[in-house]
Design a protein around this ligand. Sequence first.
Ligand code: HEM
Length: 151
Amino acid sequence: MNKDHFPQPADTVEVHGVSFTHADIQAVVEDFYTRIQFDPVLEVPFRSVHDWPEHIERLTHFWWIRFGGDAYLFSHYNPVLKHFFAGFNADLLSRWLKMFHETLKSKLSAPQYELWSLISSKMGEALSMKNDIFRREYESKRSKPGTDSAD
Ligand code: HEM
């Protein structure tokens, strides 16, 4: 990990005219994944996470760079593959988004909440579409003996 340029809590990124400090993003991510661990439905797919502080740091970094901040961790993300094997589906996504939006509302100002809610909903739609495409490819490879398959 390259922590040479680790942001200060008060450092900001701006998305469509709305500012977020690094501390805002970290507070949302920490609160959300703490809640996930106590959710009877979502804690199940998240049992693959063995190091929660590392996951929270990784996801804080993910949103920071997604909002235009400079990368400060050596981190490669592969959400489509990870979500597919975590059993991502429409019901889990709508539960995830409901909880995420509740967290945003409790931690942020109204403009920050509205913008991040919208962005996360759009990312959920994109993830769903990519998950469906990945499933089709995965199932078609599995049904053709002799071709590479992911199992
Ligand atoms: C808009 C909705 C969502 C976003 C933006 C999102 C984003 C992410 C990102 C960026 C990662 C890190 C991926 C990586 O390390 O390469 C991740 C990990 C993960 N997500 Fe999501 N996620 C969403 C919804 C969900 C849902 C609905 C589930 C339920 C199955 C889920 C389950 C997981 C799990 C289990 C991991 C950790 C995988 C591991 O490292 O073991 N996510 N998510």
